[in-house]
Design a protein around this ligand. Structure first.
Ligand code: PEP
Ligand code: MN
Length: 348
């Protein structure tokens, strides 16, 4: 439920509404707007009896939020949420943003060479897992804290913002310290204690869609993060399980415009995990931008044949440059030109 106050409502009237909501056993979230104040009601798991609030002085109208998720919904907040980063990148704003880098951080040379290549091609956010959630315990698990330190070094050198995954409460503490965006992976989309912890973090969070999560489950998972107070959340469509075996996952392009309708949160697409095949990454990245995605996350490796994880879906730097040229053109057509930064690292 959303209580919209009259434009001239006094702070005493607003306080009274907050008090009544709390008396009813719910939490009140004041949402200042350009024209007037609204007060959101959270903590209910079903319809709220609005009669006690409707007649209070200063109340203009009471709107029921029909979706089970509240804070992430468009009903709750009409304007798009934007995520500004230190280097001028804004996710969810008027520009399309590209995050790129290796699946996993493997060594200083591997990371820095790849970071330089993606920065020169116009990416402004560097990805790279230091903690890898692998299906097999025998697969490459990542460099841990050493990997985070290398990511910080790459940020320093190339002016790239850094996104990297936290896989549990312990790694989240470390990722919060070193990264600019905390990634929660598909396998952890419903790790509710991790989501709550991410909701108390002082960095933006990118929440990937679970392997077979519905959009409702995904938005409710994001709701956990916002409910703890962190409103800087990005959603990432990374493909879902399907009956098809040719591709690793099936990218749900539908999800992009649907999420835009249902939520004010930015949405990016990950065509690397979405397809599992490098030759499909560019076409699906183009499709995602054409469908209205706020950005793309792509795996790039200086030498994919040597990658310790996800080599077959990692682009060669040259392929990444070509893809960026294509995205540059499509993003202009979509009215959301690519943000390629200050080009601190000169192109070419
Ligand atoms: C990743 O981005 O490296 C990753 C593990 O992705 P996902 O959680 O989507 O499988
Ligand atoms: Mn990967």
């Amino acid at each position: 439920m959303l209580v919209v106050m009259q434009q001239e409502a006094s702070s005493e009237e607003i306080q009274r509404v907050v008090g009544v909501i709390e008396e009813m056993g719910y939490q009140a979230r004041p949402i200042p707007g350009e024209q007037r104040m609204a007060i959101g009601v959270v903590g209910n798991d079903g319809p709220v009896d609005s009669s006690r609030v409707e007649g209070l002085p200063g109340v203009q109208e009471v709107i029921s939020v029909s979706a089970p998720y509240k804070l992430v919904s468009r009903e709750w907040r009409k304007e798009d949420t934007t995520i500004p980063l230190f280097n001028g990148t804004v996710i969810g704003g008027p520009h399309t943003v590209v995050m790129a880098g290796p699946c996993g951080v493997e060594s200083e040379a591997q990371l820095l060479e790849t970071a330089e290549a993606v920065a020169k091609a116009g990416a402004t956010v560097l990805r790279g897992g230091a903690f890898k959630p692998r299906t097999s315990p025998y697969s490459y698990q990542g460099m841990g804290i050493e990997g985070l330190k290398l990511l910080a070094k790459a940020r320093e050198r190339f002016g790239l913002a850094v996104i990297t995954e936290a896989i549990d409460l312990e790694s989240l503490d470390a990722v919060e310290e070193y990264a600019d965006i905390i990634q929660i992976g598909a396998r952890n989309m419903q790790n509710f204690s991790l989501l709550r912890r991410a909701g108390r973090a002082n960095k933006p969070v990118m929440l990937k869609r679970g392997l077979s999560a519905t959009l409702k489950e995904w938005l409710l998972a994001a709701e956990y993060i916002l409910a703890e107070g962190n409103e800087q959340v990005i959603l990432c469509e990374r493909g879902v399980r399907s009956f098809e075996t040719y591709t690793r996952n099936m990218v749900d392009i539908n999800a992009i415009p649907v999420i835009k309708q249902l939520s004010h949160l930015p949405i990016v697409a990950d065509p690397s995990h979405g397809t599992g095949r490098r030759e499909l990454v560019s076409p699906i990245a183009r499709a995602a931008v054409a469908a209205g995605a706020d950005g793309i996350m792509v795996e790039v490796h200086r030498d994919p044949t040597q990658a310790k994880s996800d080599g077959p879906q990692s682009l060669y730097p040259e392929q990444f440059r070509t893809m960026m040229g294509e995205l540059e053109r499509i993003s202009v057509v979509m009215g959301k030109p690519l943000f390629t930064g200050s080009k601190a690292v000169s192109k070419g």
